[in-house]
Design a binder for this molecule. Sequence first.
Ligand code: F6R
Ligand code: MG
Ligand code: MG
Length: 366
Amino acid sequence: MEPITLSVIKADVGGLVGHSTVHDDLLEKAEDLLEEALDREQILDYFVTACGDDLELIMTHRKGVDNEEIHRLAWEVFEACTAVAKQLKLYGAGQDLLADAFSGNVRGMGPGVAEMTFVERTSEPVVIFMADKTSAGAWNLPLFKMFADPFNTAGLVIAPSLHNGFRFEVHDVKEHKRIFFDLPQEMYDLLVFIGSPARYMVKAVYTKDGEIAAVSSTQRLALIAGRYVGKDDPVCIVRCQGQFPAVGEVLEPFAQPHIVEGWMRGSHYGPLMPTSVEEARPSRFDGPPRVIALGFQIADGRLVGPVDMFDDPAFDEARQIANTLATHLRRHGPFEPHRLPMEEMEYTTLPEVLHKLASRWEALPD
Ligand code: F6R
Ligand code: MG
Ligand code: MG
């Protein structure tokens, strides 16, 4: 069987209103262009959606990961949608397109990318997670729970197909290095790093025999641009069932909202709230950060679905907890630990203010 590639490429190319949602005209423009790509058999299938102000292109094809043609297609869709956003004077039109022209691969040019290539199983369920108002690294805790925590994933204990554990690929995005850990044997070593998600990110998870299980986008906009240009708003693809965690085990980490960086001005910690696509419209204090989950069955590259997995009253309590946490953190106003620590504020707009005040500091008297 010929392998297929599932590519999720996303960018914020303009918001309605402010940084809240994506206008329908942008979704329609993206759908029209991907329909044309389908007609000329460049891709096998596509689905366009939005999480908050991020436009999400989900595509299947047979060209492999990091394929120039597919990346160019995504870039051209984002450019065309930017033009629509400019006509409507949407907010931050073209925000995430950091380069003037496409040059081979969208990685390093602003958009976030998660892609994986695999041979379809008899039945191939996948869940695609997409977040807004948070950073790459937000997937560390949920990916750990899905693939390494027996309190989350019952299959790690009771299913022979999962009992061997998984292999984690971790990237150091500051030093541009990577390392692999075999779980559960090296669990404590893994946690040394991924507990600091601003720098160390779970890029991918594999079965012990090398089958891809999950992949995330690890692009950090601030590191690419060298200045604050909005948050990464990352995506993550997870294969489910069989030798992978069940769909319910993959969704379960989001039942307890964890605290992520992002939210207002990309400068605050807040809870990651799981919502339906319809409810992924950050409002309060430009948040709180959202995560959506779309489930598909892939059939010869066709995206059968989606099912909006968090559109379920079983996640009402998580949303309630997220609201309670949000209110408590908001009470701290400009104080840490609501505001990010100084080291992380380096990647926000704060340094400009610091610069203005620098000359006012004087030495302490002896
Ligand atoms: C966070 C985000 C918003 C903006 C805020 C200020 O990821 O996008 O919270 O940072 O609305 O936006 P600007 O600087 O564009 O006025
Ligand atoms: Mg925006
Ligand atoms: Mg966004």
